[in-house]
Design a protein around this ligand. Structure first.
Ligand code: SF4
Ligand code: SF4
Length: 255
């Protein structure tokens, strides 16, 4: 099995799965087909994630998740234009965004499992870290960071507001799995960790609780705001104002 086959299977799943639609919003499609990349399990950047300045020693390497790891497959699911554009209004999150964030993550979990099943059917071991009982979040830092994994897999670079900017922008969700199948790593078309962010500052004024400034994002006010949104709209939650109506919404800014 090659990366192209996995990417095609993921695109088919996005097109056909009812979980990628919201009947109560007129059949709204949540995600476009994903971008996909591969990281080598022994990429030195995984070891650097264990440094306290990155994530910390609790972040597990691909081999710690799956001793026979041959590749890490990472993907970015871009929100459709309908979801993104609805959320361009200032203030409270749009209904489309709330469904995209909540029901969309159910679809994302289903896609993770679907890809792992395909690999297993082809005779390879496959494991989804974020769905494992060992998955844990310690002081807001998980032991498997989808954003950092995507960065290592060539999918994009970090932004002022701590999103990952990909060739399809920052508005979307990430997923990954570790497999024993050996795949060619995707070249990283960048050298810096924040190369795609222009520091234009457009996301600063979009943030309802003013959690972003020229130095980055303060996580506590963002988290507190998301908790308040959840109380109002539960079980749904989300915000995403810093990922919509900004130059990095659906592209690498300036390109
Ligand atoms: S809006 Fe501008 S400053 Fe904010 S993340 Fe996007 S490119 Fe960076
Ligand atoms: S998600 Fe919302 S609250 Fe959090 S940083 Fe982005 S705009 Fe601010």
């Amino acid at each position: 099995m090659r990366l192209e086959q996995l990417a095609a299977a993921a695109a088919n799943f996005a097109a056909e799965s009812p979980l990628n639609r919201v009947p109560s919003l007129g059949g709204l499609q949540i995600f476009d087909p994903p971008l996909m990349g591969v990281a080598a399990p022994d990429d030195p950047l995984f070891a650097r994630l264990k440094e306290p300045a990155a994530i910390g020693p609790h972040h597990l390497s691909p081999h710690e998740w799956l001793p026979a790891a041959g590749a890490v497959v990472s993907y970015f699911l871009p929100f459709t234009a309908a979801v993104r554009h609805a959320n361009r209004q200032p203030g409270l999150p749009a209904a489309e965004w709330l469904y995209g964030r909540f029901e969309g993550e159910m679809f994302n979990d289903a896609l993770r499992r679907h890809l792992a099943d395909l690999l297993a059917q082809a005779g390879h071991q496959a494991l989804v870290p974020v769905l494992e009982p060992r998955f844990a979040v310690v002081e807001r830092r998980s032991n498997w960071s989808e954003r950092h994994v995507a960065h290592i897999a060539g999918l994009g670079t970090f932004s002022l507001n701590c999103s990952l900017i990909t060739t399809r922008g920052a508005a979307g969700r990430l997923g990954s799995l570790v497999t024993s199948l050996a795949l060619e790593p995707t070249p990283r078309p960048y050298t810096g960790t924040h190369e795609y962010c222009t520091n234009c500052g457009a996301c600063i004024g979009r943030c309802p609780p003013a959690a972003i400034d020229g130095n980055g994002k303060r996580h506590q006010p963002c988290s507190d705001y998301l908790d308040a949104v959840k109380i109002r709209f539960q079980p749904r939650y989300g915000c995403g104002k810093c990922q919509t109506a900004v130059p990095c919404e659906d592209r690498i800014p300036g390109r």
